[in-house]
Design a protein around this ligand. Structure first.
Ligand SMILES: [Zn+2]
Length: 215
């Protein structure tokens, strides 16, 4: 992917984030990684999404050096970089403070398999990374550990991290984590939700993979 395309894609999804139920003010950040040039295109810090343009997107190398920008990168750039440094299958990261998933995160709870769409995360439950100050390497380490080879985790008392082999996948995963968290909270308010087994989720993951191969 050309870096200009990566920057335009980050802007598109930031606009999408602003219009979605995943948004919470200007919190949340999005990045795309170019595996050939080993550069990350990430949304800038503290900027309204609606006035964001491709030239506002910050380019950084894996060491965290800003290669090109007139803006400062998102305060969570180290968490995004930790994802690309530790996993060569990841090409995009979406971090949000989406309300239902963050409610679980402030309770310090994992998200179990209340619905089969949790399989988009590649795991049968969404683990929670222990709390660390935002923007720190410690948070990046905790988050990448909690991904456990999958595509999403909760961040204790903070929010959600979703990742994927494409921005479309990372975005869809962030949406499904929020959807499943909403279901879980509603279900828990009137009873005890049924939780799908690891085998049932593995079956869904297989099916999603085979649909992807056919498309
Ligand atoms: Zn955050």
């Amino acid at each position: 992917m050309k870096l200009e395309d990566a920057r335009a894609q980050v802007v598109d999804y930031c606009h999408k984030l602003e219009r979605s139920a995943l948004a919470s003010g200007t919190s949340g950040n999005i990045s795309v990684f170019d595996g050939e040039q080993k550069l990350m295109a990430i949304s800038p810090g503290a900027m309204d999404y609606d006035c964001m343009q491709p030239e506002d997107i910050v380019l950084m190398d894996l060491d965290g050096t800003v290669v090109e920008s007139h803006r400062r990168p998102s305060s969570e750039s180290s968490m995004h970089l930790a994802c690309y440094r530790t996993r060569d299958d990841l090409r995009a990261v979406v971090h949000t403070h989406s309300p239902a998933a963050t409610t679980l995160a402030v309770l310090g709870l994992e998200l179990p398999a209340v619905h089969y769409m949790i399989a988009l995360s590649g795991r049968s439950s969404i683990a929670i990374a222990p709390y660390h100050l935002y923007g720190t390497a410690a948070l990046g380490k905790a988050a990448t550990d909690a991904l456990q080879g999958g595509y999403a985790c909760l961040l204790e008392s903070h929010g959600v991290l979703a990742a994927g082999p494409s921005l479309h996948h990372a975005w869809s995963t962030a949406q499904q984590v929020e959807f499943c968290a909403q279901l879980y909270l509603r279900a828990k308010s009137i009873g005890e939700p049924k939780i799908l087994s690891d085998a049932q989720i593995a079956e869904v993951i297989d099916q999603l993979e085979s649909h992807k191969r056919q498309s």
